[in-house]
Design a protein around this ligand. Structure first.
Ligand SMILES: Nc1ncnc2c1ncn2[C@@H]1O[C@H](COP(=O)(O)OP(=O)(O)OP(=O)(O)O)[C@@H](O)[C@H]1O
Ligand SMILES: [Mg+2]
Length: 377
């Protein structure tokens, strides 16, 4: 078991001890994969898609039966970059017990012209792939899939921020990938992404190559009681306590969205000494501390934002949720220029993922940013 200073993890997945619930969703992933179904995980931002995938991939029954791969496409903008990420991940995770296994890797993925030699001291070779080495990405992709398909165990490839492939400069990536994936029988795929609209289009629109190619899986907020028990248990691991009402307020203020809750609980935990109980007096200070820690990021975002978008953003932050941003009443109340200028600013804010549309109307994605804007203006 890994022991860490603060059990409220706000970055990458650490281990099951610090992960709250998601038993049903994890078992659902096991069931889908064991029954040969590929999965598309589509859920709002910051709820815990990536965390859930890591949690699933580390299960003993999965690790012992499959080679598990995780590729994050967030920062990729072209096919060669995707191919490189995949090749590196295959190399890191498909290291079999056979002697000089890497020679097979270099032989099968011949298009990369790799020259892998074992480190004279450790015996294991290390690999780096320059983008310039990927001269024919489609050929390399075929070879990677061949390597996966002929592995001595089935493979699970989780591709995070999958919607990114729709933005690649090459135009046929979706269809090209779909064709290859369709031919796989030894390899299972889990796709997930944070851009809901794009993911829904990719998987649920009949004109798109990935239409009906997998099971859709959504993710809800963690149940409130489960999160309260988890939070209290985490405090107790280090001889601290937290009042139930504090966790309830965190849950309700951040509408159960995991990352925001974890950020708050992480700060509340840090503020509470051993043997102490965290009560409501800590709440406001914790909130200000967290918002302050994000200030530089927000200031950078605002510094490059067109003036009209800033005006609209402040107006939405003040209201919390707005059903009709182009309504005369809203435009007048916040002295915005006109319905048409609001419309174009809204488009920009939605594209940048700063504003989102939910059943309750338009709101800022980031609860801390909304608080910061309200305090500032
Ligand atoms: N079940 C959980 N228990 C505890 N912490 C969690 C849980 N799920 C996610 N987290 C934490 O919450 C944060 C957000 O989770 P994660 O990054 O998985 O969300 P996401 O849906 O992938 O977000 P994005 O849409 O931005 O990619 C992470 O810091 C993660 O460690
Ligand atoms: Mg994610």
């Amino acid at each position: 078991m890994v022991t860490i200073k603060n059990p409220f993890v706000v970055g990458s997945y650490i281990s099951p001890e610090y992960f709250c619930g998601r038993k049903h969703e994890t078992q659902l992933l096991v069931k889908h994969v064991e029954n040969g179904r590929n999965v598309a995980m589509i859920a709002p931002r910051r709820l815990g898609k990536t965390g859930l995938i890591w949690h699933f991939l580390q299960l003993p029954e999965i690790k012992s039966q499959y080679y598990t791969l995780f590729v994050d496409l967030y920062s990729t903008s072209s096919l060669p970059e995707m191919v490189r990420s995949l090749a590196m991940e295959v190399y890191r995770n498909l290291q079999s017990n056979t002697e000089r296994w890497w020679e097979r890797f270099a032989t099968v993925i011949s298009s990369l012209n790799m020259n892998i030699a074992a480190d004279p001291i450790t015996g294991t070779p290390s690999l780096s792939i320059g983008l310039g080495q990927i001269k024919s990405p489609e050929v390399t992709l075929d070879q990677i899939f061949k390597y996966l398909e002929t592995a001595d165990r089935p493979c699970i490839v989780a591709i995070d921020e999958f919607q990114q492939i729709a933005n690649y400069k090459e135009k046929n990536v979706e269809a090209m990938l779909r064709t290859r994936i369709q031919q796989c029988s030894n390899t299972h795929f889990i796709y997930s992404g944070s851009k809901r609209h794009m993911m829904v289009q990719m998987f649920n629109s009949p004109s798109r190559p990935f239409y009906q190619s997998c099971i859709n899986m959504s993710l809800d907020t963690l149940p409130v009681e489960e999160y309260i028990s988890f939070a209290q248990r985490m405090f107790e691991t280090q001889d601290k306590k937290v009042k139930r009402e504090v966790v309830e307020k965190v849950y309700s203020d951040f509408e159960g969205v995991t990352w925001y809750m974890q950020m708050m609980m992480n700060e509340l935990f840090a503020m509470t000494g051993r043997g102490e109980t965290c009560n409501m007096d800590y709440y406001q200070i914790a909130l200000e501390n967290v918002v302050f820690s994000q200030k530089q990021i927000y200031d950078e975002i605002f510094s490059v934002m067109p003036h009209k978008q800033k005006m609209l953003l402040e107006a939405i932050a003040r209201e919390g949720k707005v059903l009709q941003v182009t309504s005369g009443a809203f435009v007048r109340k916040h002295s915005l220029l006109s319905a048409s200028s609001v419309q174009s600013s809204l488009k920009g804010l939605l594209e940048k993922d700063i504003v989102t549309q939910t059943d309750g109307g338009y709101q800022l994605y980031d609860y801390f940013m909304a608080y910061y804007l309200n305090k500032r203006c």
